[in-house]
Write a protein that binds this ligand. Structure first.
Ligand code: CP
Ligand code: NVA
Length: 330
């Protein structure tokens, strides 16, 4: 498998074999890290990390993974660069492409990261856009493989906001990998029908399936993975909370949902999560709307079935694999 020079913008651009290769390479790199074996095969290289939205996991994963591989990093924060304000994406790409060996970009529209990749002569990695979060998906697949021992045929239910980056990414992933996805949400939050069709066509060839339902009882029965994400994503207006809580609270992941999924089901969340009132926003919205938690209850989040911190750790090992493969270390 040779991924040298490839961008990593969305999983639609990758074959099932390439995706599985990245998952397995991540597992190998994780094993080496745990054994204390240095894999600094990219010594002398440098990567730029552009964040137009905030981050904990993705930024730290890119920084730690780059350092482990022997690379230098430069972090450009949401305010600290000229991007988009004084300099176009195309010009930025041509400048950074001359100085760095790879560029990570977290921002708003997918078209921006695609534009960056078009004009940069080095690999560009999507660290999250409104439409897709592909590095998260490799971490989620690694976590599923570690916990369940398989990927193909796994039954996933995604609860909550089904028209944004995480649900879109899950549709593509399940379609490509022959998994069964149920998107369980209010119909006003169903994904773009064109992407649904595209994913259903792919799933028809891989043995996977995509189902959309508004029924949280039927939709959560007998599943291997229960997944959710925040109801209001980064960059969305504060006013959205009122409608989201009204429309999406029937899709909260709670103990009844996990019981219906089954005792062997695992709970996953890309994080950060509003599972209690211990964050500024969680406290404000919880008190305003009379909730103890939002998209997932604390009981589920802290339960034995929850694998969210293994999933978060896997962000680092998988981002390392993505950089290593596309920069030609393997
Ligand atoms: N899951 C994820 O992307 O987390 P951050 O926003 O902290 O990077
Ligand atoms: N949907 C969330 C994902 C965070 C990792 C957001 O875009 O804010």
């Amino acid at each position: 498998m040779n991924l040298k020079g490839r961008d990593f913008l969305k999983l639609l651009d990758y074959t099932p074999e390439e995706i599985e290769y990245l998952v397995d390479l991540s597992a190998d790199l994780k094993f080496m890290k745990k054994k204390g074996v240095l894999v600094d095969k990219l010594r002398g290289k440098n990567v730029a990390l552009i964040f137009e939205k905030t981050s904990t996991r993705t930024r730290c994963s890119f920084e730690v993974a780059a350092h482990d591989l022997g690379m230098g990093t430069t972090y450009l924060d949401p305010k600290g660069s000229q991007i988009g304000k004084k300099e176009s994406i195309a010009d930025t790409a041509r400048v950074l492409g001359r100085m760095f060996d790879g560029i990570e970009y977290r921002g708003f529209e997918q078209s921006k990261v695609e534009e960056l990749a078009k004009h940069a002569e080095v690999p560009v990695w999507n660290g999250l856009t409104n439409e897709f979060h592909p590095t998260q998906m490799i971490a989620d697949l690694l976590t599923i493989k570690e916990k369940l021992g398989r990927i193909k045929g796994v039954k996933v239910v995604y609860m909550g906001d089904a028209r944004y980056n995480m649900a879109n990414s899950w549709m593509v992933t399940c379609a490509k990998m022959g998994m069964h996805l149920t998107l369980c949400s209010n119909k006003n939050y169903f994904p773009d029908p064109e992407l649904v069709k595209q994913c259903k066509d792919i799933a028809a060839k891989t043995g996977g399936s995509i189902t959309l339902t508004e029924d949280p009882i039927e939709g959560t029965k007998d599943k291997d993975v229960v997944y959710t994400d925040v109801w209001v994503s980064m960059g969305e207006p504060d006013e959205a909370w009122v409608e989201r809580i009204r429309d999406l609270s029937p899709y909260q992941v709670n103990k009844e949902v996990m019981d219906r999924a089954g005792k062997d089901a695992i709970f996953m969340h890309c994080l950060p999560a509003y599972h209690d009132l211990k964050t500024e926003i969680g406290k404000e919205k919880g008190e305003q709307f009379g909730f103890e938690a939002l998209e997932v209850t604390d009981e589920v989040f802290e339960s034995e079935q929850s694998v969210v911190f293994d999933e978060a750790e896997n962000r680092m090992h998988t981002i390392k694999a993505i950089m290593a493969a596309t920069l030609g270390a393997f």
